[in-house]
Design a protein around this ligand. Structure first.
Ligand SMILES: [Zn+2]
Length: 292
């Protein structure tokens, strides 16, 4: 138990958590009792049913998706989790021969290490539309709050690195590379803790279970597993076998034109490999962010 520095309530602490949120007054504070600054949240603007309908019509646009997906994909379960992001705004000055440029750079750092290596790492919730954090809102939505295990100081160290990179990157095209650019100064002008709502859902298709993740604020699909139609897999298998056949043919032709044969052999083997891997994968996994 840790005491809330604002209202004095006892706040439960789970292993690894370095920033806690008081369930009574909503204040976020470090376990040492330090302030974290403004604590904001994204609102849930879409119901899970709306998100599931969006997801299904989006999935149908992919050629692999079975035609009966709309009727046969059945919603199973979901959970809404509010994930923490440290959002910084940097003021940077980059100099070049004969002048300098001032930049304002927003930088996002995932607040929990479990977000790394997942689509959440690439999520950049904007500050637009964010409201002050309300724990009652989270509870009423039946959602789960993820407390940061990355504290504000560690987040800032990561953010400084990213901001420096961004500053150079944003000017490198205009100046033909980074060689003549130098970051003169980098200062944090804002730091906010933002909890952003994400829907984790499961659905079934033909008795198998699949997962998807969506942004509950704007309904974007962040991650999706989609069944692949049997017909499509058969076609991929046939394509793969045909490429293998061509690879064999180019091997036989090798005696006459060795260079040509070697490059085409490689090409056919690559195509065969890709097609066959599609043929044997029953699930298409999509992890990129897409507009829905
Ligand atoms: Zn409190």
């Amino acid at each position: 138990m840790t005491l809330c520095p604002y209202c004095g309530a006892n706040v439960e602490r789970n292993p690894g958590e370095v920033v806690l949120t008081c369930p009574y007054c909503g204040t976020a504070f470090t376990v040492e009792g330090g302030e974290v600054g403004e604590h904001l949240m994204g609102r849930i603007n879409y119901s899970v049913q709306q998100v599931f309908e969006n997801f299904k019509s989006w999935a149908l646009r992919m050629p692999e998706t079975p035609n009966d997906f709309l009727e046969k994909a059945l919603f199973k379960s979901y959970e809404v989790r509010f994930y923490p992001f440290w959002v910084f705004v940097f003021q940077a000055r980059v100099s070049y021969a004969g002048g300098y440029e001032d930049l304002t750079l927003p930088v996002h750092v995932p607040g929990h290490t479990s977000m790394l290596g997942t689509p959440l790492e690439k999520l950049r919730p904007t500050l637009g539309g964010k409201v002050f954090y309300s724990h009652r809102y989270v509870v009423n939505a039946g959602a789960k709050l993820v407390n940061p295990d990355v504290g504000p100081e560690d987040a800032e160290k990561k953010a400084v690195e990213q901001a420096g990179e961004m500053a150079l990157e944003s000017l490198s095209i205009r100046f033909g590379g980074r060689a003549r650019l130098r970051v003169e100064s980098l200062a944090v002008s804002e730091r906010k803790l933002v909890h952003h709502p994400v829907i984790h859902a499961t659905y079934t298709y033909s008795g198998r279970e699949y997962k998807f993740m969506a942004d509950a604020s704007d309904s974007r699909i962040l991650y999706a597993e989609i069944p692949v139609e049997a017909k499509f897999r058969a076609a991929a298998a046939a394509g793969g076998l045909a490429s293998l056949g061509l690879a064999l043919a180019s091997l036989l032709a090798a005696r006459d034109a060795p260079m040509f044969a070697a490059t085409s052999l490689l090409g056919f083997l690559v195509v065969a490999g890709v097609s066959l891997s599609k043929a044997f994968a029953p699930t298409a996994v999509v992890t990129k962010s897409f507009a829905s």
